[in-house]
Design a protein around this ligand. Structure first.
Ligand code: PLP
Length: 455
């Protein structure tokens, strides 16, 4: 692409280091500049319209033009544009938001800690795992188990939880004390002839073996995203969490549910934990918490973890953790309004009513010659592309098959995201059935183009 001197594209290349972008390719090709949003659509600077097939980054649940959120932010900016929550200071939207979140929790939770991003919420959870075990006199119980292909963020600690090679390579991660157990993706990791339930048993046995091998008195917590979204929409097999949680209980290991993507209706339930019967000690959430309109995340903790914090405060002093913007009043006001909208519009009921259409269009693409498996739940889904459907042989990674399909989808008017060999869909929750049809019509054309491209 030739970039006009002083164009926004040229200025971007000259000045911005982009997250999750191939820096070498970006220097040659330049950015796609998004100018505005309307409903489930965004528009580039040439006026081309795209369905945001990934809800931005799994967050724009209410689309890109929700006036009530603009008004909530404006009202709060005029009243109290900033204040912190250190040293016992509080603000009204923060308190009301915490109350509402606690009322929504799938299991009894005690307190809410606010941060700015999913990574920070997960970092906070990791620090609390360590703090808690020191407080209860088990200072060796500090190792944390996550899973291969998990995604929990990019800060040093949360990137260590993440189980994707690209987040570790050349960053000298993961840090010591973070271990990874099996990914519960049956399509890739199930053995020939194995049932899904037998696979779930094998995953739980493998977790137990790891715990026993490391020493149960050294393992403090297990992190799980109920449905592993960024790892390629891995839907765990039936009985998986039942068996995993039995192991965790046996060895007195805390469970942290990462609800950053699953939270607030994505799977047709308020939380992913509701869908899969998880009973976490802590839950991290972000993204759809504010419909993506403000950077905010939250970590809910149960009474047992909270009591440990109180005990440490009494014995060693102030809880030494918090971000300048923890409980930012504008972010909290927007999140609060988002939750009110979810309730008034029965967003979970809406997802339940349109998700059969989404899932039936998705699974129909399982018959496409390029698609090895079409899988999903609620309003999230993935198409895993393979060279050979019978043997599941993947394409040569250098071909960038899913990235190519993503580019073709863009030509046909849908922005999506390729992760490895998967094309991922996670549209705004407010999407209608007619819009779901448009989305899948475009994706079908993109797959057909890609099939033609490989010959
Ligand atoms: N956890 C999950 C499940 C995520 O999908 C993400 C981001 O996509 C994160 C944590 C990290 O959130 P953030 O990018 O806000 O730090």
């Amino acid at each position: 692409m030739t970039m006009r001197p002083n164009s926004i594209e040229a200025r971007d290349v000259a000045s911005v280091l982009h997250p999750y972008t191939n820096a070498a390719a970006h220097r040659a090709e330049g950015p796609m500049v998004i100018a505005k949003g309307d409903g489930i659509y965004v528009f580039d600077t040439d006026g081309n319209r795209y369905i945001e097939g990934l809800g931005g980054l799994f967050c724009a649940s209410l689309g890109f033009s929700e006036e009530r959120l603009v008004e909530a932010a404006t009202r709060q900016l005029r009243t109290l544009p900033f204040y912190h929550t250190f040293g016992g200071k509080a603000n009204e939207p923060g308190v009301e938001l915490a109350e509402r979140l606690l009322a929504l929790a799938p299991v009894p939770m005690s307190k809410v800690f606010f941060a700015n991003s999913g990574s920070e919420a997960n970092d906070t959870a990791m620090k609390l795992v360590w703090y808690y075990h020191n407080a209860i006199g088990k200072p060796k119980k500090k190792k944390i188990i996550s899973r291969q292909r998990a995604y929990h963020g990019v800060t040093i600690a949360s990137a260590s939880l993440t189980g994707l090679p690209n987040n570790h390579r050349d960053f000298d991660l993961p840090i010591a004390g973070v271990l990874h157990t099996d990914c519960p993706g049956f399509y890739r990791y199930g053995l020939p002839g194995e049932t899904e339930e037998a696979f779930a048993t094998r995953c739980a046995e493998s977790l137990e073996q790891l715990i026993v091998c490391e020493g149960p008195d050294t393992v403090g917590a297990f992190f799980a995203e109920p449905l592993m979204a960024s790892g390629g929409c891995i839907v765990p097999p039936p009985t998986y969490y039942e068996k995993i949680q039995a192991v965790l209980r046996r060895y007195d290991i805390l469970l942290i549910a990462d609800e950053v993507i699953c939270g607030f209706g994505r799977l047709g339930t308020m939380f992913g934990s509701d869908s899969f019967g998880l009973e976490p000690d802590m839950m991290s959430m972000a993204k759809q918490l504010s419909a993506g309109y403000q950077p905010i995340s939250a970590l809910m903790i149960n009474e047992k973890v909270y009591n440990a914090v109180v005990k440490e405060s009494a014995e060693i002093g102030t809880f030494g953790h918090g971000f300048t913007y923890s409980g930012h009043p504008v972010a909290c006001a927007v999140a609060l309004e988002t939750l009110k909208i979810y309730e008034e519009r029965d967003i979970v009921g809406h997802v339940r009513s349109v998700m059969p259409r989404f899932q039936s269009r998705l699974s129909a693409l399982g018959d496409h010659p390029l698609v090895g498996e079409a899988r999903g739940r609620g309003l999230i889904g993935t198409l895993e592309l393979v060279r050979d459907k019978a043997s599941k042989e993947p394409f040569d990674a250098a071909l960038g098959i899913a990235a190519h399909a993503g580019k073709r989808a863009q030509v046909h008017g849908v922005i999506t995201r390729a992760l490895g060999d998967t094309v991922n869909l996670c549209p705004p929750l407010a999407i209608t059935e007619a819009e779901i049809d448009d989305l899948f019509d475009c994706i079908t054309r993109a797959l057909d183009d890609t099939h033609e491209w490989i010959g």
